[in-house]
Ligand binder design. Sequence first.
Ligand SMILES: [Mn+2]
Length: 268
Amino acid sequence: MDYAIGDVQGCFDSLQKLLKKIHFNAECDRLFFLGDVVNRGNKSLEALRFIKSLKDNAQMVLGNHDFHLLVCALTPHQPNRKDTFHDILNAPDKNSLLDYLLTRPLLIEHNNALLVHAGIPPQWDKASALQQSKLVESHLQSGAIEKFLSVMYGNEPAKESDCLNEEEVCRYAINAMMRMRFCKEDGELEFEHKMDADEAPSGFKAWFMHENRALKNTDVLFGHWSTLNNISVERIHPLDHGCVWGEKLSALNLETHQLTSVRSIEVS
Ligand SMILES: [Mn+2]
């Protein structure tokens, strides 16, 4: 069976509890992690090592916390007080764990569904989304990684049409696929608000609520937005159920569409 799993954020013990509940078999089942496998929780190192150890039976897209770990590990940028991935930064296998993250995509296509950490802006069809993901991936795997990572932080350009060069195109793509919650129909991003989807700032909507969204007829599975409540939008599958905040970790069976959740067991 194939399963998509929401934001683990270092909650390794809850992940093991969830895998027990779905009777996960590492020989034949496959896990698709929706990003943010590390940070904020108490066992980022165990979580990342475990996912890497599953080899081809686990795949993951990069989330903003995974990306933040790369920036802190590979540029002079310092972790902040809330970051809990020092175990990875101090691990003897740090380099192979970082290499693992550097070779992860921003977007996975699986049986006509798209898996992404935050979302896909309304103006992108499948080909554009895959193209933007590949562009960032090519930079993550290039030799000039420190230079690339050190210019990827920042909220601008908010609009795709304002991107003047490849650096800005990549920054927009990273912000859209790893951080976006609210945007305008043309994909203009907004990062001040983190509340529920029906409390959008003026002029903005949750990215999946735009009427003319190009991917309306494609299943999109995503994490990142743990405060989303009771979303009922066709083909939209939010799977960050707030495990690191003491709520739930969930797995969606990609064949039967059955959802299995466990209550978080981490001390928050
Ligand atoms: Mn996130």
